[in-house]
Design a protein around this ligand. Sequence first.
Ligand SMILES: N[C@@H](CCC(=O)N[C@@H](CS)C(=O)NCC(=O)O)C(=O)O
Length: 357
Amino acid sequence: MWEFLAGFLLGCYAWMCWKHPRTRAVAPGLNKKVVLPHRGEVELHHNALSSCSQKVRAGGRAQVRACLGETGLPHTSIHHTLPSSGGWETKGEGYLRDVNPAGTVPVLLHHGHPVYESHEQIIYIDQVLMPGGPRLTPTDPEKGKLMDKWVDYGAMIISEVDKSDPWPGVTKRMGNMLGPMTLPLFVANITVNFSLWNTLESISMLPLVNGNSILFIILNVAVRLFGVKVFQRLGPLGRLVSLTRRALYHHLTELTKVLELEGPYICGEQYTLADISMVPILERMEVARWWTKAIQADFPLVCQYWDRIQQRDGYKASKMVGDYQVKMDRAGAQVDMWKKEHPWFNAYFEGQASDAK
Ligand SMILES: N[C@@H](CCC(=O)N[C@@H](CS)C(=O)NCC(=O)O)C(=O)O
């Protein structure tokens, strides 16, 4: 009897694995020919912890506030759990079919037409949806080109980061730093916020997913086995984190150069989509504890720039709140504790001034 039941359940699982859709790439930007289920004119599918989502919320909220004040344009915000926040909603059949076959957030829908890739979404919000014309795009064509360059530089294109040789990918654009610099926070998050159920659920997803999701499942299990020493046990993981500080120095030097030339924002006096593209990166540095004393001392102009952005209402509206904030505070505190307990871990963040330059 039990053998029959176990065999039946295994058969159901195998059938589910076989018929479950896998993620696939989508075309960036507006997909005019695709119409997805929607309720409102403008919808944002996002996640509170997702940096790319924050970028769109930082741009989007400013836009929505303006729209609400001036036109009353409705905006629906739909939250989804991610593997990194302990859920697999974005890899489910419904999400892949009805929102994004790539299985990621954020996704902007306009009358049900999806706009994929956060760097495309912020442009679409400002240049297509904003009543009365763009507010976050300079009118001067030269400044416009500068803005485009920095929106592109702030994009996160994970496929550009080659696991065996990550340096070209992480230095190509600043957005590609988001993954490597979040790794210590991910490991801390799994350690202090994930239940055994989260790990078991992750393992059960193994035959259903592909790409980076598989790596995340391996990480989840490895953190259970090795704790923080996972960085020493899994060579490529340790190597990726160990180059983060040097790569951050590279990008913050570029940011300093443009601020020296243009300032106080990337395109001068006007706050633009270029600055919005920096928000999730500078914020993630905060949450994952990369704003070390050395970095603050070496990049005073970037610090002033970041302080200025943090005073803005659009930034304040884009921040995560509630339970997610509590969980990230707890994970951040764990990173702080590991820094104190393990000199080798602290060296990822502090290193020697000379080895970062
Ligand atoms: N280049 C994409 C990246 C999208 C992306 O990877 N989003 C992350 C959150 S920041 C995600 O959904 N991760 C979940 C996963 O890949 O399973 C964009 O900028 O929109």
